[in-house]
Design a protein around this ligand. Sequence first.
Ligand code: FES
Length: 540
Amino acid sequence: MPEKELVNLTVDGQTVQAPKGTYILEAAKTVGIQIPHYCYHPGLSVVGSCRMCLVEIEKLPKLQPSCATPVAEGMVVRTKTPETLRNRKFVLEFLLSNHPLDCPVCDQAGECELQNYYMEHGLYDSRFDENKTKRKKAFPIGPYVILDQERCILCTRCVRFTREISKTSELGVFKRGHHSEIDVVPGFELNNPYSGNVVDVCPVGALTDRDFRFKCRVWFLGRTPSICPGCSRGCNIEIHFNEHFNPRYHEQRVHRLKPRYNKEVNGHWICDEGRYSYHSIDAPNRLKAPALKKDGSFRQSTWESVIQEAAKALKQALLAHGPEGVAVLASPQMTNEELFCARRLFVDELKIKNVEFSVPFNGTVYSDDFLITADKNPNAKGAALILPSGIGIENLLNLCAEGRIHVLYIIQHDLTRGYDLKKIEAALDKVDCVIFQGSWDQATAALAGIQLPAAVYAEKAGTFTNVQGRVQKFQAAIPPVGESLPDLEIFSKLAAELDVHPDSTAAADVFRSIGENMEAYAGMTFQTLGEGGQLLNQGK
Ligand code: FES
């Protein structure tokens, strides 16, 4: 694509170069100048209706909307003149004239642009003696969103989102003049796969998240960049967790997920399925402690004992039956680093050939032509590249059912999602020792003899390779629940017990080894991945 012509201008005395067609507001951002705005959102069409972003442009008699005025050669823009500051104060006074004084009880407090800009640019004494207009207060407009019409400033970002992004058009502006209000189209509700994004685009507290409301004040939240593991798209997200002491939460836990901008993957958006998937992190069935099955029921144990038991079972099976007597079922839920360590340990060192990672899913899945993919695994591409070609899950289950597999090491999978429970029970029953390494207690975990509780994505660092072949990293936001451990630590303990040189437990170190050993990832490190990720080397 031909490069766009660059235009030179100055903003508040700073020289700025921006591609032709860029709006002043965006050009100013590139040199750290933030121009206050309400109706403008970089992911939506421009309407220029709120007038908050007006700036002075030399040689033009009136203030101009910076969100709707493209840069021009030699333009001289001033964003902090007495006239622009006076305008912002008046816009705020106008917007707040009918805005209720809900701040102490509003869930948006701390991230409300009315509050923030009032403190920066308002600070006037109210001249409003009339009664404020009464509108409908907090009411659900869909499964995830609550609307408070009194708080709305009619920026129409939410309306444009449903028209331009989700393309579902459930929201609109109804009535005229100062009776105008946002509402759902009669007979409809805001129920589309991306509905939670309207909460993110709302600059005030008019649209709030039913899931998050009143759970935690936003100033208690820490933020860690991460990757959604809900499907192979790998949307960029931020994990928000309680960072500071909060009497309701004694541990650091996740409170919400927010989209993180990545032009190449998800833009500004995420789907509702991914947004609310964080509940699984603290689901009641999380495996929290290592356990061994005795007389048909699990007994909590220590890491030392379970690793010794697992290593003993593996050693005995390898000695008695050779590598053919052992099978490993890895998972496309695993990170590139975990897959690499699993390969080094089980394939390169223990010479096990009965390896597979792909298990069919028997239910129905939703996918679309926007973000949501049908593959609900975040790293199928990485697994296919890093592990040797699999023996096929049907073959593996047949070998188990024939009694030819003596130790089966399952990582993350619940086989009953793809097969009848009876078939799985019959196959696993013939295996002397089933080791389950995973995060949740589910039907397959219950059939194992040894349970190794593993951390989930929010509790560890790593990389996933998404459906486009983009390698993206994520960091731990919170500590692992209970006694669970990141998979890299589990592999390291097991390797040490098996007298195999253990790999590093630091994801960045293991990823560097991947970059040194695998052509598709050649030259990549956590540093080169940056915030936006990096495409696999061509042809891979
Ligand atoms: Fe420019 Fe609203 S942000 S007019």
